[in-house]
Design a protein around this ligand. Structure first.
Ligand code: ATP
Ligand code: MG
Length: 450
């Protein structure tokens, strides 16, 4: 009985008709598309396939924002799409799609697909295990997350195809899940994160029914595969609106689920100030069109944890340098279970962290050697944040700011007087006691410590 009802419902969804909004009814135009997006859709349509611009690009353009990239949806399978282009690659194991390279752009072409239903489609928490079945365009619209993300733009007619009332929600600046919110969040808890991220980034209000269950369902984030979480977290941090987004994640009870340590960190005043300074700086850089490094950002998010672990070890009597390396490894290992930070980032993060104690050393040839480190710049930017948060004296950061641009003579003068090279010969005991305890034991070069 229920099965029949479900089948009927599904059958009606398969063929559901869209509302087609002609070009006079909305502001999106072909000239806003990139050359590659136009080429790809035109070629697909010439070959007899349907081809639409879909998802984030349509949403952003209708909201008057420049899109990051263009995705195309089609009824052609990857095997049918690939031969139409000179440089096209089928990618993805779970769900296969085609990356078409045109000039220096990459257009992602995906085949319409349906949400899988029926026995075994979800785990015990309701999480969808696969979304790897082809479907109709109507089904493709319904499996998407938010109504404003399910709009299709047809470049041939400049019309917008809408199956779920997305255009109305764009006009109301409303972020609304397609379908019953609790089910949709259970199917994929990352959608909670996306709701908060997109609302902050686009200045939208989350619809009350989509907003209400988030705090309650936040623990479901624990089941999300770490690699997916990392991808969304990276988007969030690099959105240019990280400060507001993190604030909103906190309000929604989601910050604990993301970086398990983040909840703890932001509850400490110093941690909060440090992260706000880091994210604020990143947001500003993005607004200024400057590059930002994800590794740097993740290094900032986990620093307070490294510091705490390090001090515990030192309090137990461990030697500072090995204890710092052990603390970095422990924090990264704990984090790997929740958020799979790629290895290539880990190396950079460790370099940034391990250079920090060396900023305390302002004697002899050490500062000049530190300047030559390939990661000096990142480590110095990191030091500035520590100073802004009150973790180290601002005077220390200022010293390094001056030292970098100083001439050789000026540098000689800047080296701490009681530690200047001429006086060094006076005796190790005195010089050592002038330096902070941590700095003494941290070797100049990373490789010396292993
Ligand atoms: P951004 O501009 O930040 O990339 P986006 O909406 O384009 O935002 P993508 O991850 O690129 O985000 O996803 C492209 C499209 O795929 C979305 O617009 C949406 O239609 C669909 N989508 C993405 N993630 C999900 C999800 N978790 N559940 C359902 N549909 C999704
Ligand atoms: Mg996108």
């Amino acid at each position: 009985m229920i099965r029949r009802l479900l089948d009927r419902l599904l059958a009606s969804r398969r063929g559901a008709a869209p509302r087609v909004h002609p070009r006079e009814r909305h502001a999106m135009r072909n000239e806003q598309l990139s050359a590659a997006a136009r080429t790809v859709t035109a070629k697909l349509q010439q070959a007899g396939f349907k081809a639409f611009i879909v998802g984030g690009a349509v949403r952003d353009l209708l909201l008057g924002i420049a899109p990051k990239d263009f995705d195309v949806a089609t009824d052609g399978t990857p095997e049918q799409v690939k031969p139409l282009f000179r440089r096209a690659f089928i990618i993805g194991r779970r769900f296969r799609l085609v990356h078409v390279h045109v000039g220096n752009e990459v257009i992602e072409v995906s085949t319409f697909r349906a949400a899988q239903t029926g026995d075994g489609a979800t785990d015990e928490h309701g999480r969808l295990l696969s979304d790897n079945v082809y479907g109709t365009q109507a089904e493709d619209a319904l499996r998407r997350d938010f109504t404003i993300n399910a709009l299709y733009f047809d470049p041939a007619t400049e019309s917008v195809w809408d199956y779920v009332g997305g255009l109305t929600d764009i006009r109301a600046r409303r972020l609304k899940l397609i379908g019953p919110p609790v089910t949709r969040y259970r199917e994929d808890p990352v959608r909670m994160l996306r709701a908060v991220r997109l609302a902050a980034k686009l200045g939208l209000t989350i619809d009350a029914r989509s907003d209400e269950p988030i705090a309650r369902l936040a623990p479901l984030m624990q089941n999300v595969p770490p690699a997916r979480l990392f991808d969304e977290m990276q988007k969030l941090l690099l959105s240019g609106h990280a400060v507001e987004t993190l604030q909103s994640l906190r309000v929604h009870g989601l910050s604990h689920g993301l970086l398990p340590l983040l909840g703890v960190i932001v509850e400490q005043p110093l941690g909060q100030r440090f992260i706000d300074a880091a994210l604020g700086g990143t947001d500003q850089r993005l607004r200024d069109g400057k590059p930002v490094s994800p590794a740097f950002l993740f290094a900032t998010l986990l620093w307070q944890r490294v510091l705490a672990t390090w001090s515990d070890a030192k309090a137990r009597g461990e030697r500072p340098a090995p204890a710092l390396f052990a603390a970095m490894d422990a924090v990264l290992a704990a984090q790997a279970q929740q958020l799979a930070i790629p290895r290539r980032f880990e190396a950079t993060m460790k370099e940034i962290w391990s250079l920090q104690p060396r900023f305390e050393q302002r004697v002899g040839a050490r500062p000049a050697r530190l300047l030559e480190q390939p990661r000096f710049r990142a480590a110095y930017d990191f030091l500035l944040l520590r100073a802004a948060a009150g973790e180290v004296p601002q005077a220390l950061a200022d010293w390094w700011t001056r030292f970098q641009d100083a001439s050789l003579d000026e540098r000689e003068v800047m080296l701490r007087p009681d530690e200047a090279p001429a006086k060094r010969r006076r005796g190790r005991g005195r010089r050592r006691s002038a330096r902070p305890a941590d700095a003494q034991a941290v070797p100049d070069r990373l490789d010396e410590s292993h």
